[in-house]
Design a protein around this ligand. Sequence first.
Ligand SMILES: [Fe+2]
Length: 319
Amino acid sequence: MNEPIIRIRDIAWIRLRSPDLDKQEEFLGDFGLVRAERTADRLYMRAADPSRHVHITEKGDPAVVSIAFWARSEDDLKTLSREASGASDVETLNEPGGGKRVRLTEYNGMGIEVVHGVAPLAALPIERHILNAGYDKQARAGEFLRVGSRPSQVKHIGHAVISTPEVVKSVEWARRHLGIVRSDDVHLDDDPDELFASFNRVDGGDDFVDHHVMMFGRHATSGLNHVSFEVQDFDDLATGHDYLKARHLDRHLWGIGRHTLGSQIFDYWQDPYGRLHEHWTDSDVLNNASGYRRHKRSAGMRSQWGTQAPQAFRDAASR
Ligand SMILES: [Fe+2]
């Protein structure tokens, strides 16, 4: 395979379009994101980590506009603009925090932004709870645990999953243009040569990074399957689950459970326009010594505990 043009550092944000920004902000606030900025036609939501924003909504008919990733340098933006077919020039971002960007179109037609130099904000304070686990019985000796009723405390954006009829070509495109590397591949049970899904992480070299930043799953049509956000821990995820359930019961799709590939504890919610937003915590982290594995679909795509994926999850492909 060709060498990648650049290697992204991380996922940066998701950019959606929604007709009603009030409705969008209400859901995202209950989901655990915090308003960073709002104009007449844009909503910027942040998480607890210092990134300026991790979720952008533009006012308009419902659409998934783009997924953004951090470049490691401004030089990488220039390289990408020069070498990737169909790439934009290096543009100045006229948004909070400034910065530069190159726009691309992914194999399935999904918009991709590769960005650099967006000024961060200070991290938000978070509540942290120490657990008295069975194997560490007195970690919180003498202290009480009270989580209260509140949204999850989202840490950062974690990954995006694209539904596609062409998993192989989609992954090839993403490895070439974004420099992601495979963590786990999943094939059909009865045909080891038929790729069903591919989990890819940032190429962090010796550094440990999340099990996947971008995943592709086989589907009849293409679109965004889901976008995912890390929360602080299991208590924080379950607290947010109850909070969302009290307000948006009809938007709960799947969870709480624990995935096999990536090992995250997960919980999936639909935003007001049907786009799937995941909470997760406790991901595997891998580096270049971690190797690569292939799995049968029936083994790899199972929940380790909790319910298995409903059909509506498997059908999700928002455009
Ligand atoms: Fe996910």
